[in-house]
Design a protein around this ligand. Sequence first.
Ligand SMILES: N[C@@H](CCC(=O)N[C@@H](CS)C(=O)NCC(=O)O)C(=O)O
Length: 242
Amino acid sequence: MSTKHLKKGDPQPAAAEGGKLRLYSMAFCPYAHRARLALQVKGAPFDIVNINLLEKPEWLTAVHPQGKVPALDAGDGRIVVESLDIADFLDGKFPEPPLWPADEDTKARHKKLIDDFGKVAKIFYEAVYGKEKRPLGDYLEDIVAALQPFEDELVAGGNLFFGGSCPGMLDYMIWPWAERAKVPSIINKQEMNFPKDKFPKLLAWREAMKEDGAVKAQAVDTETHARFSRAYVDGTLDYDNV
Ligand SMILES: N[C@@H](CCC(=O)N[C@@H](CS)C(=O)NCC(=O)O)C(=O)O
């Protein structure tokens, strides 16, 4: 996959024209993926500036104080950082389709689930990039425990998606890791046998999510994700050609 990522020495591109939104992103960052999904589902015109995170452009900290991605330039002088805050900001700016559930209790539960999903993201990161590798079965055990509340929420909701009949905030905020689910097995060349019988609802959710328009528009295939992760681990990463 060929995607230009700006790096040290590259000038910052001029602001997007006509107050258009701009996302500072990196093609394989799961947090930037969250922001791209939110932009896509809202149908807001936006452009993307991809950043080489190994050789960051000098101006990146003026955009994001921690020199990270994603960062959204709202086109009106405001810059929003943190993937969930970006999605939340977009949900406020573009009410249709609403991403959060209308019911306040459900919204609070979904916010907590998004927060708790951090555990899954952390285990995933360790299984792919961790220096001291444990057998994949150990990571799997932790992931299974961390995912149980998500299966329970789908059972309780009685719908295909957390958001109801179509995906909502919780669906989109966890999808980037579902898209990358096979990467730990590929990178470690070990099977990770997900206990399908324990998670019938989550597995149906994953299949349904693959057919969603925003998910499809922002999709990257598993092999490409795995090539990125392998090159990152091996120290051979060329952001522009993965
Ligand atoms: N909590 C942040 C996490 C963002 C993040 O960790 N981004 C990574 C790329 S996937 C990054 O910019 N890393 C560069 C660095 O830490 O120097 C969010 O949700 O937006």
